[in-house]
Write a new protein. Sequence first.
Length: 256
Amino acid sequence: MRALVIEPEAGNEPALVGHRLRHHGFELTDVVLSDEDGVALDVDLGSPSAFDVVVAMGSIRSVYEVSTRPWIAAELDFLRRANANGVPVLGICFGAQALAASHGGRVVPAERPQVGWYALDPDDSSGLPGGPWMQWHHDRIEPPTKATVLARDELCVQAFKVARSLGVQFHPEVTSDHVAGWIGNGGAAELARLGIDPDELLAQTKAIEADATARANRLVDWFLADVARLGAGEAVADEVDDVVVVERAPGCRVDS
């Protein structure tokens, strides 16, 4: 089986999510759409039908920048074609926002940023694992009318399902290495503005990393088996013996 990973800019690799997909036998193809300045790279996403699943990752950009960033338009078009071809999508943060927009929803600025580990209580019947999940975003989703909202909090929609695709506003893929990278690539200044101690955030991430890894595994398993209906996620991981360490390339923080 093949999975396409769409990275709006370098450094937004799927980490724990990608590791779990490989566990289920997926071969991952990563495509980076823009450079560090948000300028489109000369890449072609190709045909969605060449893949069994698409993972759309986060970005420091916003979906409503589509008129000035051609690569956003290209991603939205690809996600529309994925839906037309019956290819399921897992959208994460910006990727979830792009998934919503590609199905007729909207993305607008949130009332305030949401950064850090937040509790989440999904609909009991949804199957979506509860939090805490890592958040780092400034926008919110107005889901398409045909979507089923699975979880929301006081700020925004946190998860929705549409067709065989899933969008999550939070970051199930993150490791402490991710968070350290985001802090080191511009995130520290933002955390200071928000009154968040970066050392405390990183320490909190390390303290719950094993639990977060298990939750990420459960989310991927549930997505594959129940949402995408690929029959690849039946072996749900309730716990992990060791934290999975996934190397990540240096890159931008993610805060859509």
